[in-house]
Design a protein around this ligand. Structure first.
Ligand code: AHR
Length: 352
């Protein structure tokens, strides 16, 4: 992979001009002060340095029509479909002001990085991205920044810093979601509890943070014992497969399942049913599909914390605020319900 030193060599040998050097360094995520130090300052550095979030915005506020590109990570479950439809629908209603397009990374981080690059090449005005994994998408955000295109991260965050490397993160409190499930289990179960955990996609912020939030609470309670945890990739098939493995190893010992999303919890329910396990197994999950809220109302699932995928309206509103010159918080928080047996029937309509 090309390093900053290589760029310096190319510059010294005359194989890169100053502008190419600045852009290439930006794509590597190198700071402008480091670039300026190599180039000894100059007007082109000052120009590149003005491409921070505030300057980007002031360039856009002069326009009347905007091209928005949304880089979706995958379409592997109803949550992703609901998010995609919500974005499409809101921008469709404002065609007079926004041209909207989206692309799908088909669960490939490399593809998502190159999809962001496609939007940069198309010279869109604004990029919205839901990073499949937090670290690899950092490079894509840096490239957009180098091209002076503001990035709004929705649902999941990359490992850059909101407010500096991208405009803002719009999304739920994933740590809080995990804590809510754990607190319910602590308050509503008794005695020793052996549990299994179905992890979301490795390297994705909801998988990392939902795990953290849950363990921050549950690990303080010595009566809870983790039998095993495994990546079920946020899909029904993945959750079912992982749960079948857990059942063949631990069978009736399993008292509780913590699933990082509804689809894997549906997979776990199917696996428990086909294994003929009829004992009470406490299930905690996150997302809030309508079908899941109904399962909570019916007592099949103990607790479900919402993670609302309908990002269209809040993203549209935030972009409009940004274009109107308002200060955008680093985190635009999406607030979520907690579904339990006592409230689920009356809240089914809040599901997707
Ligand atoms: O990033 C949010 C998570 O991604 C949702 O919980 C899950 O269903 C989706 O795939």
């Amino acid at each position: 992979m090309v390093q900053f030193n290589d760029l310096e060599d190319l510059l010294k040998r005359g194989n890169l001009n100053r502008g190419e050097f600045i852009r290439a360094a930006g794509m590597l995520g190198v700071s402008l002060s480091a670039v300026g130090a190599v180039l000894n300052g100059g007007a082109d550095i000052v120009e590149a340095a003005t491409c921070g979030p505030a300057a980007m915005r002031s360039r856009l506020t002069k326009k009347a029509h905007f091209k928005v590109g949304f880089a979706q990570s995958e379409l592997t479950n109803p949550w992703r479909t609901a998010e995609t439809n919500s974005m499409q629908s809101v921008f469709q209603q404002h065609k007079n002001r926004f041209s909207y397009s989206w692309n799908n990374a088909y669960s490939s981080t490399n593809k998502q990085v190159s999809n962001v690059e496609d939007f940069i090449a198309q010279k869109v005005d604004i990029i919205v991205v839901t990073p499949l994994q937090q670290d690899p998408l950092r490079a894509a955000t840096a490239k957009a920044l180098a091209a002076c295109i503001p990035v709004f991260e929705i649902d999941r965050e990359s490992s850059g810093k909101a407010g500096t490397d991208f405009v803002t993160f719009i999304g739920s409190d994933f740590v809080g979601q995990g804590k809510k499930v754990a607190r319910w289990m602590v308050a509503n179960t008794k005695g020793p509890i052996n549990y299994v955990e179905l992890y979301g996609t490795t390297g994705a912020t909801p998988a990392i943070l939902r795990r953290k939030g849950f363990h921050d609470v549950i690990d303080k309670q010595s009566r809870f014992h983790l039998l095993a945890g495994q990546d079920g990739n946020f899909t029904l098939a993945g959750g079912k497969q992982v749960m079948q493995n857990f059942i063949s190893k631990y069978g009736q010992k399993i008292d509780m399942v913590y699933s990082h999303n509804d689809d894997m919890a549906f997979g776990a329910l199917q696996a428990l049913k086909s294994a003929g396990i009829t004992k009470k197994v406490f299930i905690g999950t996150i997302d809030g599909q309508k079908k899941m809220i109904q399962d909570v109302a019916a007592g099949l699932v103990s607790v479900c914390v919402q993670s609302d995928p309908r990002f269209g309206p809040i993203t549209f509103q935030t972009i409009n605020n940004y274009l109107a010159g308002q200060k955008i918080p680093q985190w635009v928080v999406v607030h979520d319900h907690t579904y339990i047996k006592q409230n689920a029937a009356s809240l089914v309509n809040t599901g997707f």
